[in-house]
Design a protein around this ligand. Structure first.
Ligand code: G3H
Ligand code: 13P
Ligand code: ZN
Length: 316
């Protein structure tokens, strides 16, 4: 059943985080639903602009609606990831998305507020909720000075004003993570000091952590052993998710780790079966491995075992 992220955040706030997983194709869709039912977790499906154009946006919608029929117990939100104004408006009008992210974090503070407010007004009129972002994610090189790196993080002092004036329902914060497989080049880590200052100013308000893949070292090693070239890949320590959840993070975005599962499965499969040219055997292995990966990630997020409580909260 499709619900808003707002409903899921009400259940999770302060206790656990909801996994927000990017999907692009049928195998990910099946694995995601299977994994979330294995762990009995509510979840968020994220669709990026790139995913909408990979095949056709209607194809993704049809796959998700069909998965909803195949797995009637599943409770999830359908969320546009990193939307611009035009894509947000399209998704709001589509009647399919329950949540959109407007990403105007590259704009100045006032422009970010104005764009977010415009999307919030349109979304709320249709019962859709909005995530916005303040601060800038990005890989921080070791040679960058602390003050330069800090300047990109979310400023706790302006976060409250941003939320009040924009009317957004959740806020993506920059606290040291970045997208992709190469997050930290040195000893950098999550900035819990900044996160707790943000929560102090916005108690009870749902925060979002992008760029949260863990880039497991054993996965990277297996990919490289099977012909890959991912040198120096590094991610976020998944054992820190629950600490982030206690500090108000209710949505944790994961895409890269799922791509690593896909890469490992296919590299190993074709290395072991060089004679094969049927796409289904590795596809089957991938769906099962992806489901296992999702269930294990939900354990780290604390969302495992929460599905029944969420269903009760929703009167299901
Ligand atoms: O934050 C971005 C997500 O990982 C989606 O990536 O735009 O390549 O689909 P994408
Ligand atoms: P990762 O690249 O760490 O998986 O982050 C994904 C993300 O933030 C999607 O919005
Ligand atoms: Zn992101």
């Amino acid at each position: 059943m499709i619900v808003t992220t707002k409903k899921l955040f009400e259940a999770a706030y302060g206790k656990y985080a909801i996994g927000a997983y990017n999907i692009n194709n049928l195998e990910q869709t099946m694995g995601l639903f299977q994994g979330c039912l294995m762990s009995r977790s509510p979840f968020i499906i994220q669709i990026s602009k790139g995913a909408r154009t990979y095949t056709h946006k209607k194809m993704l919608e049809a796959m998700i609606r069909t998965a909803d029929e195949i797995f009637p117990e599943a409770v999830f939100a359908v969320h546009l990831d990193h939307g611009d104004e035009q894509t947000c408006m399209e998704c709001i009008e589509s009647g399919f998305y329950s949540s959109v992210m407007i990403d105007a974090s590259h704009e100045d503070f006032e422009t970010n507020i104005a764009i977010t407010k415009k999307i919030v007004d349109a979304a709320h009129a249709r019962g859709i909720v909005v995530e916005s972002e303040l601060g800038q994610l990005g890989g921080v090189e070791e040679h960058v000075s602390v003050s330069e790196a800090d300047a990109k993080l979310t400023d706790p002092d302006t976060a409250k004003e941003f939320v009040e004036r924009s009317g957004c329902d959740s806020l993506a914060v920059a606290i040291g993570t970045s997208h992709g497989a190469f997050k930290f080049s040195g000893n950098q880590a999550l900035r819990f000091d900044v996160l707790s200052e943000i929560q102090r100013r916005l108690p009870g308000f749902p925060l979002v952590m992008h760029g949260s893949s863990s880039v497991p070292q054993e996965e990277v090693a297996r990919i490289n052993a099977a012909g890959g070239a991912l040198k120096g890949a590094k991610g976020v320590d998944a054992d820190q998710f629950l600490r982030a959840a206690e500090l108000g993070v209710t949505k944790i975005n994961i895409d890269t780790d799922g791509r690593l599962v896909w890469t490992r499965v296919h590299r190993e499969y074709f290395q072991e079966h060089p004679e094969n040219f049927d796409l289904r055997p590795p596809g089957k292995v991938f769906m099962a491995e992806y489901a296992k990966f999702i269930a294990a990630k939900n354990d780290k997020l604390g969302s495992s075992g929460q599905l029944d409580a969420v269903r009760r909260m929703l009167g299901l």
